[in-house]
Design a protein around this ligand. Structure first.
Ligand code: BGC
Length: 415
C-alpha cells in the first residue's frame, strides 16, 4: 500500500505515471444508507479493504432506514452528471437503473459468481445478460426481537402464533413493560404489514405481493391481515412518530420495551451494543412464519463514469471485494445478515444467524423463500410505493380494514 501511495504521489507530481500508479490514485465514491452503529461498522470493512487495495474511498452516506432519502439523492446526482462510482440498489430497481443506460457491466469480476450464488439471487444481479450488481448478504425480514429479561418476566416463551403473541404482550403490559418498540416511517409500517401477510402462509404472500392477484388482495384473509395489524398497533407507545428503526431497537436493547418487529440488521445493533443472543435478547420468527423466509439482498450497482465506456479498475475491484469470502464473512458478522456467497463458513456466527441460515435452506426447498416487498425485492418501485401509501395511511388513521383492502387492490395496479 505504501508503494502504491508513493507511486500515486509521483504521478500527481507529473513523474513516473505508470498504469498501477494511475489505478492507485482512483477515488471511489460510494452512495449508501448504512449509518446506524452496526451498519457503519459493516460498511467500514469494505472501506478498509478498498483502502488496503490502494483506492481512495469517498463516502456518500445518506441517512434514513431502507434508503428512501438515499434514492432521492442518487437521482439528483445522476441527473446532474455526477453519478457515484457505486450505489446501494437492490431488487427490480437494478433493472430499472440498467434500462436508463447509466450502469456498466462488471462481468470481468464475476467469473465464479454463478456457481457461488443461489440461482434466484444470481438472476437479480443481471441486466441484459450481464452482471451489473454485486450482492453483499442475505437479510431475513420476518424476525421478532425480544428483550430476554422482559420475556422472562412475562412468561419466558417466544410466541409462535398471534394468540400467543397477544398473550405475551398483555403480560408485558401488566408487568409495566412497554410491549412493542415501533418506529414511525412508512417502510417500517410496511415491514410489519408484510410480516402479517406472511403469517397467512407463503403461498398467500406470493399470490398477494408477488403476483398481485386481485382475488387474494381482496380476500377475507387480507381483511384479517389489516385487523391483526390494527390489534398489534394497540401495543405501540405514543412516541413512535418519526422514530428511526435503530432507536426502536435501542429501546429493546435497553429494556425500555419488550419486542420489535424488524429485519436482522437490528441484530447488528444488538451486537454493536455488546449484547448476546440467547442471553440478552431472543430472536424468533414472526408468529406464524417459522417455515417461511422473506429475503432482502443488498447490492451495489456501478455507474458509468465521465469519459469511461466500461467499468473502471476501481469499480471492478470493488465488485470483486464485495463477493470475496473473507469480506462476506466479516460484513455479515457486523451487519446481522448471513453471507450471500455459498460455502462461506458459519462457524463464527451466533445462534440467530445459524437459525437464519438453516431456516433459509428449509424455506428454499419448501417454497417458503419469498422476496420482501418492504425492502424493494418484490415489485418495481411504483407498485411498491403505491402499496406502501395504502398501508401507511391505514396505520396512521382510523380507516377500517374494508376501505384499506379496496385501496390495496387499486394500488396494486400502479405501473
Ligand atoms: C437494507 C439494510 C438496512 C436497512 C435499514 C434495508 O432496506 O437492506 O441493509 O440495514 O434497510 O437501513
Amino acid at each position: 500500500m505504501k508503494f502504491r501511495a508513493i507511486m500515486g504521489a509521483l504521478c500527481a507530481a507529473g513523474l513516473l505515471c505508470g498504469v498501477s500508479a494511475v489505478q492507485a490514485a482512483e477515488s471511489i465514491e460510494v452512495l449508501h444508507w448504512w449509518t446506524s452503529g452496526g451498519e457503519s461498522k459493516a460498511v467500514g470493512v469494505l472501506k478498509d479493504d478498498m483502502t488496503k487495495e490502494g483506492y481512495t474511498w469517498k463516502d456518500f452516506a445518506v441517512a434514513g432506514g431502507a434508503g428512501a432519502a438515499a434514492m432521492t439523492a442518487l437521482k439528483t446526482q445522476v441527473i446532474s452528471g455526477n453519478a457515484p462510482s457505486a450505489a446501494q440498489i437492490k431488487g427490480p430497481l437494478i433493472q430499472e437503473w440498467a434500462a436508463q443506460g447509466v450502469l456498466v457491466p462488471i462481468d470481468a469480476s464475476a467469473g465464479d459468481w454463478k456457481k457461488n450464488l443461489p440461482p434466484e439471487i444470481d438472476k437479480i444481479m443481471h441486466a441484459d445478460g450481464h452482471y451489473v450488481a454485486a450482492p453483499f448478504s442475505v437479510h431475513r425480514v420476518n424476525w421478532l426481537y425480544i428483550n430476554k429479561a422482559a420475556l422472562d418476566k412475562a412468561g419466558g416463551k417466544a410466541p409462535t402464533t398471534w394468540p400467543e403473541f397477544f398473550a405475551l404482550a398483555d403480560k408485558m403490559k401488566a408487568a409495566g413493560i412497554q410491549p412493542i418498540a415501533m418506529g414511525g416511517q412508512p417502510w417500517q409500517d410496511l415491514t410489519l404489514w408484510e410480516d402479517v401477510v406472511l403469517s397467512q402462509g407463503a403461498d398467500f404472500y406470493k399470490k398477494a405481493l408477488v403476483d398481485l392477484d386481485e382475488k387474494t388482495l381482496t380476500s377475507d384473509k387480507m381483511l384479517s391481515v389489516f385487523d391483526t395489524v390494527r390489534k398489534i398497533q394497540g401495543y405501540f407507545d405514543a412516541g413512535r412518530t418519526g422514530r428511526d428503526w435503530n432507536l426502536a431497537t435501542a429501546m429493546v436493547i435497553n429494556g425500555k420495551a419488550g419486542m420489535q418487529f424488524m429485519g436482522d440488521w437490528a441484530k447488528g445493533e444488538f451486537a454493536n451494543a455488546g449484547k448476546k443472543s440467547g442471553v440478552d435478547y431472543v430472536c424468533a420468527a414472526v408468529p406464524g412464519t417459522e417455515k417461511a423466509y422473506t429475503f432482502n439482498v443488498d447490492s451495489f450497482v456501478f455507474f458509468q463514469q465521465k469519459g469511461q465506456k466500461s467499468a473502471t479498475p476501481g469499480q471492478l475491484a470493488l465488485a470483486k471485494t464485495i463477493m470475496s469470502p473473507g469480506f462476506q464473512e466479516q460484513f455479515s458478522l457486523y451487519k446481522g445478515s448471513i453471507p450471500v456467497r455459498l460455502g462461506v463458513s458459519m462457524d463464527k456466527f451466533d445462534d440467530c444467524a445459524k437459525k437464519s441460515y438453516a431456516d433459509e435452506q428449509v424455506a428454499i426447498k419448501s417454497g417458503g423463500y419469498v422476496p420482501s416487498l418492504a425492502h424493494g425485492m418484490a415489485q418495481p418501485d411504483a407498485a411498491a410505493g403505491a402499496i406502501s401509501d395504502v398501508v401507511t395511511k391505514f396505520m396512521n388513521s382510523q380507516e377500517d380494514s374494508k376501505t384499506a383492502v379496496a385501496a390495496l387492490a387499486k394500488a396494486a395496479k400502479t405501473k
